[in-house]
Every structure is written in structure tokens, then in C-alpha cells.
Design a protein around this ligand. Structure first.
Ligand SMILES: Nc1ncnc2c1ncn2[C@@H]1O[C@H](COP(=O)(O)OP(=O)(O)OP(=O)(O)O)[C@@H](O)[C@H]1O
Ligand SMILES: [Mg+2]
Length: 207
């Protein structure tokens, strides 16, 4: 029997419901499986320190490439310290953001070269891709309404046009990798989305 675990990432624009689904998915799967939920950037002591730097509103002078490389550094640490060992133990890993966020945010959002970002992603992960990516697709205007009461971090202050480009990026990625990336209509209720996600995960586990 293959004892390797399963790697699932959740993607989508700010406020699309990733963390909500990640939490419920971890809880539901934990009844029958060994599960680990992670957030990006973060998930290790070093990666959480990098996260603080990235989300700090005072760091608005950061150069796009430097920003991308900080995300990559946080991801590299997470992959080597947590994700690979977890998969080796047979754990189901649920990551709230991963590789596709870099392409969507730094590439489509900020306009960095996509080839550079793909190289960076491959280098920092050693080529480790999720087995399944759930894309929570939501109209940016709708997402903005959902989050209107929160205090925005640095990236969230960038406005609607930025989120619109990011959504386009995610949809292009979905177009290119429909086997790995499954689009979910994020206007559905959290309960409905959890059931949809569980169906996809169970299908993957049965393979
Ligand atoms: N399916 C849903 N329908 C309506 N509201 C939702 C749904 N899922 C989440 N929400 C609400 O929308 C807001 C944003 O959700 P959540 O924090 O899960 O999004 P996120 O994608 O993790 O955002 P971020 O990118 O900022 O981390 C929260 O107030 C949450 O309760
Ligand atoms: Mg979140």
C-alpha cells in the first residue's frame, strides 16, 4: 500500500472563504484521518516571522521581486520542515494558500514575470505540487463586502483592481491545470462548499 499522504491546497482572492473551508475540512477529515492544516505564509516559526514582515502595513516600500522571494523563503521552510515529513507519515495536508497564490498575486496582481515566478516556485518546493487544489472563485466586489469589518493588512489595502487581476490569474491557472485545480463557486454556503470539497477529497483518497 502507498503510505504517502495527500496534499490539498485552497486558493482564491482575499475573503473568498479559504480559511473558513480549511477549518471545516480539517475538522471533518480528522474524524477518520490524520490531518494537518497549514496557512501560508506561515506554518513554521521562521515562516511566521516572514509572514509578519510581508503583511506589515509599514513595509509598503517592498520591491515586487523581494516580496516574491520572501514568500518563496517562507514556503521553502514550510515544505522541508512540515509538508514533506507530513506526507511521508501519510498525513492529509490542507494548505490555506500555496504555489498558485504566487502566480496569481505576484504575477497577475503585481505584473512580475511569470517565468521567473514559476522558476522560483519550482526551486523553493523542489517541484512539490498539491494533489488537489480547491479554487474558491468569487466576484471581488462580493468578497470586499464580506470583509468590510476587518482591519486590512498590507495586501488587502491594494484595492479592487488588484483583486480583479488576481481572480483572472486564478481562472487562467484553472484553465491550464483542470486536473489538479477544481473551481468551486464560492457564493454557495459554507456547508454546501464543505460537502463539495469532501466529495473531491474522498474521490482523491479512493484513487
Ligand atoms: N461560503 C460563504 N458564504 C458567505 N460568507 C462566507 C463564506 N465563507 C466565508 N464567509 C465569510 O467571509 C469572510 C471571509 O472568509 P475567510 O476568512 O474564510 O476568507 P479567506 O479567503 O480566508 O480570506 P483571506 O484571504 O483574507 O484570508 C468571513 O467573514 C467569513 O465568515
Ligand atoms: Mg484566510
Amino acid at each position: 500500500m502507498d503510505t504517502r499522504g495527500v496534499f490539498i491546497s485552497l486558493e482564491g482572492i482575499d475573503g473568498s472563504g479559504k480559511s473558513t473551508l480549511a477549518r471545516s475540512l480539517v475538522d471533518a477529515l480528522a474524524q477518520k484521518h490524520q490531518v494537518l492544516g497549514l496557512r501560508e505564509p506561515g506554518g513554521t516559526v521562521i515562516s511566521e516571522k516572514i509572514r509578519e514582515m510581508l503583511l506589515d502595513v509599514r513595509n509598503d516600500g517592498i520591491i515586487g521581486k523581494a516580496e516574491a522571494m520572501l514568500y518563496a523563503a517562507a514556503r521553502c521552510q514550510l515544505v522541508e520542515e512540515v509538508i514533506r515529513p507530513g506526507l511521508d507519515r501519510g498525513t492529509i495536508i490542507i494548505a490555506d494558500r500555496y504555489l498558485d497564490s504566487t502566480v496569481a498575486y505576484q504575477g497577475y496582481g503585481r505584473g512580475l514575470d511569470l517565468g521567473f515566478l514559476e522558476d522560483l516556485n519550482r526551486l523553493c518546493t523542489g517541484g512539490l505540487k498539491p494533489d488537489l487544489t480547491l479554487l474558491l472563485d468569487l466576484d471581488p466586489q462580493e468578497a470586499l463586502l464580506r470583509r468590510s469589518e476587518e482591519i486590512p493588512d498590507r495586501l488587502e489595502q491594494e484595492g479592487l483592481a488588484f483583486q480583479i487581476r488576481i481572480r483572472e490569474g486564478y481562472l487562467d491557472l484553472w484553465d491550464k491545470e483542470p486536473e489538479r485545480i477544481k473551481r468551486l463557486d464560492a457564493t454557495h454556503s459554507p456547508e454546501f462548499l464543505l460537502q463539495e470539497a469532501l466529495l473531491l477529497v474522498e474521490k482523491l483518497l479512493a484513487e
